[in-house]
Every structure is written in structure tokens, then in C-alpha cells.
Design a protein. Structure first.
Length: 141
């Protein structure tokens, strides 16, 4: 039961990361998911760059790059821990791995609450609860 809860939580995170990456890639061609509702702002994002030394990409491309790297970070987290859950599941229950596993999901939930929107907040919160339940189930069984 402990590994099942953990794997479900990681599947939720992987799904969120995959959808985020898909939406990011689709927005490169036809911006509508992560684009601002004010179309003049979107035009402004295309016509300005970030004020970093040597920055020559538009603000829009930098923003899309951030979204893509954010997606990949979630996917790497989910895939690495899912792989560990299959190959060497006992590692997940070492205190350092459990702390990283639960802590990362918790931090995603906090960031989603303050900076993003409801779907990632619900998904990351549910994942955090499932991960903590999985670890607790393992410890107390």
C-alpha cells in the first residue's frame, strides 16, 4: 500500500509536468494557454528582451523557456523517484529521500498556491498528502 500511494502521487506530478510541457510547446506556435489575456501585452513580450547582459531573446521566449524548464524539473523529479520506487524501493523510506520526496511536492503546492492557479495547487497538494501517507504507512506498518 505504501508504494502504491507514492506511485499514484508521482503519476499525478508527472501528469502535471507533461501537460505543462505540452501546453508550453503548443503556446510557442499559438499562444493561448500561458499567454496574457491582454493581447497588447503579448505583443510587448515579443518585442522586448530581458535586461541581462547580452540577452538577445524576446521576453516571450525567455518566459516559454522558463515554463519548459519548470515542466522538465517536475518530470525529472517524478521519473527519478518512480524509478527508485521500482528498482530500489527501500531507498524512498530513508529519511533524506522521504524528506526530499515529500518536501519537493509540498514546495510545489506552496508555489502553486501563491503564484499559479488551482489545478497545480490541487494536484501538488494531493500528491503531498499521498506521499506523506505512503511514507507514514510504511513506517507504522
Amino acid at each position: 500500500m505504501d508504494l502504491l500511494l507514492i506511485r499514484i502521487a508521482l503519476a499525478i506530478m508527472a501528469t502535471l509536468g507533461t501537460l505543462h510541457l505540452l501546453y508550453t510547446l503548443l503556446d510557442l506556435r499559438n499562444p493561448k494557454r500561458f499567454a496574457p489575456t491582454d493581447r497588447t501585452l503579448l505583443a510587448g513580450m515579443h518585442n522586448t528582451s530581458i535586461r541581462l547582459r547580452g540577452a538577445n531573446k524576446s521576453f516571450w521566449l525567455a518566459y516559454m523557456g522558463f515554463n519548459a524548464s519548470h515542466s522538465l524539473g517536475i518530470l525529472v523529479y517524478a521519473v527519478v523517484f518512480a524509478t527508485i520506487s521500482v528498482v530500489q524501493p527501500d531507498l524512498l523510506f530513508l529519511p533524506i529521500f522521504s524528506a526530499i520526496l515529500i518536501g519537493a511536492a509540498f514546495l510545489y503546492a506552496v508555489m502553486a498556491h501563491f503564484f499559479w492557479f488551482s489545478i497545480p495547487f490541487i494536484g501538488a497538494t494531493l500528491s503531498t498528502v499521498l506521499l506523506a501517507a505512503g511514507v507514514a504507512f510504511h513506517i507504522f506498518s
